[in-house]
Design a protein around this ligand. Structure first.
Ligand code: ADP
Length: 432
């Protein structure tokens, strides 16, 4: 038992003894003890009343009291002071964080779990045209209504940022990046990327122009090489090997220029979303025939595709993306192997898988495969006639269709390339 409590009990006992002694003098010891008890109780009630009235005025110093009540008042007072100091510290911290966020050149917007605007900095006001007096508590997608933004916001897959024209100045481009935190709350970061995009556009235009300009001389060269090849037997023997090499290399360059032009076209169409329903099962059947023809029927190509499941998008682009994956499987798998193509959906999305049991790819390369010109083994890839642009093209096309590419592979066992699409991008036969 605590010493203070023991003292208090002792005091009560002394009071009761005194009370019963005084009562004994008038022949009423029990009444005397009860009167003493009442006095002690009255003292406690009075202190309790002082405590209540002090707590109702939190900024006042605590009342003076001795013993147990003195301890209670002091304890509460110290606790209050500690709480106040902590509160002040937290408020200071919060205001410093707010000040630093206000000073940021990038926009920061906090969105609550209901999707309503909670707080934003000056940059967000400037970039998005938000007004603190009218917009607080409004749903974010009510103020940023671009369909692509609404789609990005709803998808909850925020790995990649989204670039869109500014809602305030059409000629400016903004990059949006959302981060989830707390209980389904979101932090939206907004950056003016007009300059970066301008440079990027210059780079794209440059590549597109160079590729375009290279096409005509290449066609002339290939034309003449073809004519020479038709009359190869008339050429001296030492020139014939040169002719074969020149023909191979000019075909490779044509392939490269075609891929560069495809990439440029895809990049130029970054904001365009096509929504035509595509029958993927039929598309895969056509790609299978092309792959068999290309490989001289040397592979087993199996298809397991849901014929009811359609994908919204561009038939040409999707054909190009899926063909790239299937032709790669053929290129990097020994003849006679089996390649499986699957198209299905589950509750999270729709998937197109290309599975091969070929040479496989070391894990360290996987993250880089979709970079332009990245190749695992340059010597082998040039033998196969690859350009190193195929998977970059696939990545771009999937991005146009709100999808992404996942690659898993085990060296010596094979690879799986999966195109993942959100369910919003699919529809079932009857709807199509
Ligand atoms: P490439 O034109 O060289 O095939 P891609 O961009 O299509 O270029 O592929 C990049 C690299 O990824 C290839 O050079 C190859 O090394 C590797 N790769 C792609 N698909 C496969 C596969 N199915 N199996 C093994 N390696 C692959």
């Amino acid at each position: 038992m605590k010493p203070l409590l023991r003292k208090e009990i002792l005091r009560l006992v002394v009071w009761m003894l005194l009370g019963s002694l005084l009562g004994y003098l008038v022949d009423r010891p029990i009444l005397g003890a009860a009167a003493a008890l009442l006095i002690v109780l009255g003292q406690h009630l009075w202190q309790l009343q002082r405590l209540v009235s002090w707590l109702q005025q939190p900024n006042k110093v605590p009342p003076e009291a001795a013993r147990l009540w003195g301890e209670v008042f002091d304890g509460i007072y110290h606790y209050q002071r500690r709480q106040k100091a902590d509160q002040q510290h937290l408020a200071g911290l919060l205001s410093r964080i707010q000040d630093s966020s206000q000073a940021l050149r990038d926009g920061v917007v906090m969105i609550d779990h209901k999707g309503d605007l909670e707080w934003w900095n000056h940059a967000a006001e400037r970039l998005l045209g938000l007004s603190s007096s009218t917009d607080r508590g409004q749903p974010l997608t009510y103020l940023l209504r671009h369909p692509q933004f609404v789609d990005y916001y709803d998808r909850q897959d925020y790995l990649e940022p989204l670039v869109l024209p500014s809602p305030v100045e059409e000629e400016h481009l903004l990059e949006y990046q959302i981060t989830l935190f707390g209980k389904n709350e979101r932090l939206l970061l907004v950056r003016d990327c007009t300059k970066m995009q301008h440079l990027e556009r210059m780079r794209q235009d440059f590549i597109a122009n160079v590729s375009h300009e290279l096409r005509t001389p290449l066609t002339v060269l290939s034309g003449y090489l073809e004519t020479f090849s038709d009359h190869a037997e008339q050429l001296p023997a030492q020139w014939q090997r040169g002719l074969v090499l020149m023909t191979q290399q000019s075909a490779r360059m044509e392939h490269l220029v075609a891929d560069l032009l495809t990439l440029s076209r895809l990049e130029a169409n970054d904001f365009k979303v096509e929504t035509t329903p595509i029958n993927v099962a039929e598309l895969l059947a056509a790609i299978r025939l092309d792959a068999l023809a290309l490989s001289g029927q040397q592979y087993q190509l199996l298809i397991d595709a849901d014929p009811q499941l359609y994908l919204r998008g561009s038939a040409n682009e999707l054909r190009s993306a899926f063909s790239n994956l299937v032709f790669n499987a053929v290129k990097y798998t020994p003849q006679g192997s089996t390649i499986e193509l699957r198209w299905y959906q589950d509750e999270n999305g729709a998937y197109l898988e290309v599975d091969d049991n070929g040479q496989g790819i070391d894990g360290k390369h996987l993250a880089h495969l979709t970079q332009r010109f990245y190749r695992v083994d340059n010597s082998r890839s040039s033998q196969t006639g690859g350009t190193g642009l195929g998977l970059a093209i696939v990545k771009h096309i999937l991005r146009h269709h709100q999808g992404r590419l996942e690659i898993s592979s085990v060296v010596g066992q094979g690879s799986r390339f999966t195109c993942c699409f959100p369910l919003s991008q699919t529809l079932l036969d009857s709807a199509a």
